[in-house]
Design a protein around this ligand. Structure first.
Ligand SMILES: *[C@@H]1O[C@H](CO)[C@@H](O)[C@H](O)[C@H]1NC(C)=O
Length: 318
């Protein structure tokens, strides 16, 4: 139902919104941030941009052609080890949450990733107007001491010609034994105000409430709205979820494959105050809606590979 609604909106949008076509070809640029960490800036033909840091393999920014930021980034975020960056799209791997020996949400989000050039592939496509980068993380010797599992995680970040942000991920078991993991693409959407948004596509699903020891509940039939702290894992959702923002007249559509669950998080006032890397009022400007595989870990045989994909589209209502 959500899907058909959005298709209509998208068609409507192309008729009523003027898209300023800029003749610069799509581009790929590498820069260093103030800590000397490499960032990649992708730009498509239309002028949308995505900025990615090799620290965490993390998308930090996604802007439309008008320069509006679509992802939330905390004003107090730190961009260097050992902290994870509060905003954008941190990758929670190989676990979600803080169970077991591993650090909260695993270690992928605070390790240095590399650009994966094997096999070499073009970074931009002039005829199709998109730009892309392949990122790779393998465990260090230190990581293997804490979590003795050899793996390769690859994420291909693409900014499509029509401005969609696409994350294609692959995890390969490089062990001689089975590999089990959780994964979540924690996505901090930038919103006008938490009281102005609703999420559709999670109605009537079962969820685990992380504020109540992961007890299982069932969601009501209405779209989700927010008036207090939320930290939930919705189980086995359909492949399309939408975040409507009435304040900015913007809709984010999340399409996912291989990622059955959807984690939804907003820390609200009290927890925001307790988080040193989030401004006291900034919880109003963010909502995390994450494509994830949490309830049932993904298990791979030796040499086996898992694939997942997330595609974010932003639609304006006019
Ligand atoms: C551009 O993208 C199209 C569609 O994905 C592909 O068929 C073509 O080979 C690409 N061109 C280059 C130069 O990579």
């Amino acid at each position: 139902m959500v899907l058909s609604l959005l298709v209509v909106e998208k068609n409507k949008m192309t008729n009523c919104e003027e898209i300023s076509l800029d003749s610069r070809p799509p581009s790929y640029e590498e820069i260093k941030d103030k800590n000397g960490i490499t960032q990649i800036i992708l730009r498509n033909l239309r002028g949308d941009t995505v900025r990615i840091s090799l620290y965490g393999g993390q998308v930090l920014s996604w802007k439309n052609e008008q320069g509006d930021e679509l992802l939330f980034m905390s004003s107090k975020a730190t961009f260097k080890p050992p902290n994870a960056v509060r905003g954008g799209i941190p990758i929670c791997f190989p676990q979600f949450g803080s169970r077991g020996l591993l650090e909260q949400h695993g270690f992928a989000r605070n390790r240095m990733w590399v650009i994966d050039d094997q096999p070499p592939s073009p970074r931009t496509n002039k005829s199709k107007g998109y730009a892309t980068v392949n990122l790779l993380l393998k465990p260090s010797d230190e990581d293997l001491k804490v979590w003795p599992n050899k793996f390769e995680i690859r994420v291909r970040v693409t900014l499509s010609e029509d401005g969609n942000l696409v994350l294609r991920s692959r995890v390969k078991n490089a062990n001689g034994k089975p590999l089990s993991f959780n994964i979540a693409f924690r996505t901090y959407f930038a919103i006008s105000d938490i009281s102005e948004v609703r999420v559709e596509g999670l109605e009537t699903l079962d969820y685990l409430d992380c504020l109540q020891d992961r007890q299982r509940f069932t969601e009501q039939g209405d779209a989700l709205t927010f008036e207090s702290e939320v930290d939930r894992i919705y189980l086995s959702s359909s492949d399309v979820v939408a975040l409507f923002d009435h304040g900015s007249k913007r809709t984010f559509q999340i399409r996912k494959q291989g990622l059955p669950d959807v984690a939804v998080w907003n820390p609200w006032e009290k927890k925001a105050k307790a988080l040193t890397d989030l401004g006291d009022d900034e919880y109003k400007k963010m909502l995390c809606v994450d494509g994830s595989a949490i309830e049932k870990p993904i298990t791979l045989k030796p040499g086996e590979e898992w694939n997942g994909q997330l595609e974010f589209t932003v639609l304006s209502s006019c």
